[in-house]
Design a protein around this ligand. Structure first.
Ligand SMILES: Cc1cc2nc3c(=O)[nH]c(=O)nc-3n(C[C@H](O)[C@H](O)[C@H](O)COP(=O)(O)O)c2cc1C
Length: 400
């Protein structure tokens, strides 16, 4: 495992937040993996951590002042910007995120960020009110659209005593992310991928809804792997309990109608669409405003047909790659083949709900890939993450 990170250059920008102490642990971990670590500290961050700590942990001089003259002949911010294979900003303050989004370069860190062409990964940490502030969220969206990757903060008890989202991801999590970044091939670099995942919920009244057993695990695995392979990924997710995958733009929706609208908004610019969601085929004709009261007799709920999202996408496919999922309890191959033709798909991932180890809620799947030329590939039981890679391998073969 050490091979993956050995000799790679990481530039870490440390900002002025309490979580700066956690970055000492991260730097120590990465050093043990034989990475070369350069650290730029903001002036504010020196109130939390002494530069000497990072200097000792990385065996490299820590840089704070852009105009210090005691360096070698190199112009430091340009030198470090070019040298980095990856730039990590951790902890990232609301301030630094705002400055990067606004194109400000008024200190060593922001100037180096402006000058680098390396991928930039940002791990925010702050009070949850600051994190939820709409200005910060707009800045984050702006940067995500430009390809900056965010390692989302997690929920928990914050240093200020509040509880909420804002805790920096744990060093081991960030270390894993950096490792997967270097381990993954970049064969989807520059591609825009839409993945849908999870069930939809179709409201009957304010309390009840119609849904299915989908957990979203397969779609989330595909989104995660596509991002690691260099794609820009929009994950449109129905309600799930899963954490948003790293480096993916996750958009939460509830109903099939919402999922349809969201995907149609994004479809034009997509290169690849993988429809992993288990979208409800029908929704209640009317959603009542008040809770339906129990009565003496039976209750009949009239259902209307939801939009057939895959069919609509298939009509305007152009050069896009379109992959569907089929979950059946009988006649798997026949039904799946019919779906490939009717919905103009490149291939479909078909699984039989009745086979153990396949389908909803499991961490594994057993599927058949059915291609538009009629060929069938049987994939044995494997984890959904491994299967995600196989599905993406087939997508890449079609791309090439
Ligand atoms: C005790 C203390 C803790 C702070 N923690 C955070 C934090 O976790 N996240 C954050 O965005 N700002 C935090 N701040 C505010 C930043 O230090 C301040 O916005 C500073 O200007 C950031 O500068 P920098 O982005 O150049 O490092 C904290 C300030 C203090 C005094």
């Amino acid at each position: 495992m050490n091979r993956v990170l050995k000799g790679k250059n990481i530039l870490i920008g440390v900002c002025g937040g309490i979580a700066a102490y956690k970055v000492c642990d991260l730097a120590s971990r990465l050093k043990k993996r034989d990475m070369n670590i350069d650290i730029i500290m903001t002036e504010a961050s020196a109130n939390f951590i002494n530069p000497l700590t990072f200097q000792s942990l990385t065996s490299n001089k820590v840089i704070m002042n852009m105009f210090e003259t005691s360096y070698d002949n190199e112009i430091q911010h340009i030198y470090l910007a070019k040298k980095a294979d990856i730039v990590l900003i951790a902890p990232a303050t609301a301030n630094i995120i705002g400055k990067i989004a606004a194109g400000i370069a008024d200190d060593m860190l922001t100037t180096t960020i402006m000058a680098t062409k390396a991928p930039i990964v940002i791990a925010p940490a702050m009070n949850s009110n600051m994190y939820e502030n709409s200005i910060l969220q707009e800045n984050i969206s702006k940067l995500k659209k430009r390809g900056y990757v965010f390692i989302e903060p997690v929920e928990g008890r914050l240093a200020c005593g509040d509880t909420g989202r804002g805790k920096m991801a744990e060093p081991v999590y960030i270390e894993n992310y950096i490792e997967s970044f270097f381990a993954a091939s970049a064969d989807l670099k520059g591609k825009k991928v839409i993945v849908t995942a999870g069930p939809t919920q179709e409201a009957i009244d304010p309390v009840r809804f119609i849904t299915n057993h989908s957990t979203g695990k397969m779609g989330y695995a595909i989104a995660q792997k596509a991002a690691l392979r260099g794609a820009y990924v929009d994950l449109i997710s129905g309600p799930t309990v899963l954490a948003p995958p790293l480096g993916v733009n996750t958009i939460n929706v509830i109903s099939a109608e919402e999922m349809y609208k969201k995907i149609m908004e994004l479809y034009d610019k997509a290169d690849i669409v993988i429809k992993g969601a288990a979208v409800a085929d029908y929704a209640p004709f009317n959603t009542t405003e008040q809770k339906i009261k129990k009565d003496e007799g039976n209750l009949t709920i009239e259902l209307k047909k939801n939009p057939d999202i895959l069919y609509e996408l298939g009509k305007n496919k152009e050069n896009k790659i379109l992959v569907g999922f089929a979950m059946e309890t009988q006649n798997l191959i026949e039904n799946a083949k019919e779906k490939v033709a009717k919905k103009n798909l490149d291939f479909i991932v078909a699984n039989d709900l009745k086979i153990e180890g396949a389908g909803f809620a499991t961490d594994t799947n057993i599927v058949k890939l059915i291609f538009k030329d009629g060929s069938i590939e049987s994939i044995p039981k494997m984890s959904k993450l491994d299967l995600a890679d196989i599905i993406l391998d087939r997508v890449v073969s079609i791309l090439n």
